[in-house]
Design a protein around this ligand. Structure first.
Ligand code: FAD
Ligand code: EPU
Length: 339
């Protein structure tokens, strides 16, 4: 029997540590419970929020609807020649899945070590780090559509992955609940070490022939050195996306700011480092009331204590404005804003 609770604090369910309440809250442990939940017409008509680890959202206020916390567990794995096929429940912790694979020598997820959150949220923004994105290892996912009560499988093409984007964040936003994800990994590592910091850290450790475990540990080490730990200081990782601009827009910017940090995207566009842009506007490590930017990474907004979602949001608007005034580049929020 489903337990629907009322007036539940979400403070421990979002890594920003925003103190907001859910009008209704339910935890889902099996996919059949979703069918059961939405057989009741009351919930079909109620505003809903699907919650994984709460590590990529900013709650603006109390949520006047039903929060559905996904806790569907289980990891299945099958080897065929050198390929490894994995299916993981949406409620599995992402980094537990990474460790599960690294320990067994299944290659492909090591660069995505230590990203917070759940397996089910990983396709939403096509999580990425250190030169690898979810789409590189994704095969398909299974999702439930509350409006019809049906389950549907999404192939990689269906998901329309892009940098921090997918169909679940655009056209189908809020329409599907992901219940499991399938991955294709390999027994033969194809290391992606081109991200400068990885090479440097491997060299520092005198590692010339890395193992999966080495790469996972190095990535974890780099992340811990740059990013605030949500268990001690509230945050949701990068608050903004790195802006991608055309070569035409980039040329005059580079003339004016020769130091501008940028990366080619492979399709004639240029990705700018939002952290650099924000730092150049004087925001790095700034404390503004209960919020601010992280001292080692200006792209990360933090909660110094009792920040409200509205306060963090207003602060992020100030950053957007000042980056626009100085560089003519419009930052987009990467974190999901929940109102
Ligand atoms: P939530 O915050 O719970 O949800 C995020 C969004 O997905 C919401 O809109 C929610 O409704 C929706 N959602 C969640 N689960 C489901 C589901 N099962 N079905 C349908 N919709 C769902 N991200 C990166 O890509 N790369 C990084 O390197 C990275 N580093 C981070 C570092 C830190 C310190 C933090 C705090 C965050 C970082 N993030 C990073 C962001 C975050 O880890 C990812 O976006 C992660 O996938 C969010 O997972 P979650 O379960 O916490 O999602
Ligand atoms: N930089 C600065 N000042 C700063 C921060 C960054 O000048 O305060 C410059 C540095 O020159 C640095 C460059 O920006 O070399 C890139 O910085 P970093 O390597 O820290 O990565 P990022 O572009 O800021 C992105 C992702 C992260 C991901 C890392 C590693 C986005 C929005 N963010 O950050 O993802 O972990 O690369 O791949 O793409 C997240 O999504 O939450 C997240 C943390």
């Amino acid at each position: 029997m489903l337990q629907i609770q009322e007036n539940v604090s979400l403070k421990n369910f979002n890594t920003f540590g925003i103190d907001a309440n859910a009008e209704y809250f339910v935890e889902i442990n099996r996919k059949e419970e979703l069918t059961e939940l939405f057989l009741d017409p009351q919930w079909k008509q109620t505003k809903t929020l699907v919650l994984g680890g709460g590590s990529n959202m900013l709650l603006l206020n109390d949520f006047d609807g039903l929060v559905i916390r996904i806790n569907i567990r289980g990891i299945e794995h099958r080897i065929s020649q050198n390929e490894v096929f994995i299916e993981a429940g949406a409620g599995e912790v992402w980094n537990d899945l990474v460790n599960f694979c690294v320990i067994r020598g299944y290659a492909g997820l090591e660069n995505l070590s230590l990203i917070p959150g759940s397996v089910g949220a990983s396709p939403i923004q096509n999580i990425g780090a250190y030169g690898v994105e979810l789409k590189d290892v994704f095969r398909s996912c299974n999702a439930f559509e509350p409006a019809t009560g049906k389950f549907r499988t999404f192939s990689k093409e269906d998901c329309r992955f892009d940098y921090r984007e997918s169909v679940f964040k655009s056209e189908l936003r809020g329409q599907y609940i992901i219940i499991s994800v399938k991955f294709q990994l390999s027994l033969i590592p194809h290391f992606n070490l081109k991200y400068g910091a990885i090479e440097q850290e491997l060299a520092h450790r005198h590692i010339t022939v890395p193992t999966l475990k080495d790469v996972s540990q190095v990535v974890s080490h780099i992340r811990v050195s740059k990013l605030p730990d949500p268990s001690t200081i509230g945050n949701a990782g990068s608050f903004f996306k790195n802006p991608v601009i055309s070569a035409d827009q980039f040329r005059p910017l580079q003339t004016k700011f020769p130091e501008i940090v940028h990366f080619p995207t492979g399709d004639a566009q240029i990705k700018l480092a939002a952290g650099w842009l924000i730092e150049q506007c004087g925001w790095k490590g700034k404390v503004a009331g209960h919020t601010g930017t992280w001292k080692n990474q200006a792209l990360v907004l933090v909660n110094h204590g009792d920040a409200s979602g509205a306060e963090v949001y207003a602060f992020s608007s100030q950053i957007i404005d000042s980056v626009y005034v100085k560089f003519g580049v419009l930052l987009q929020r990467e974190v999901n804003i929940i109102s």
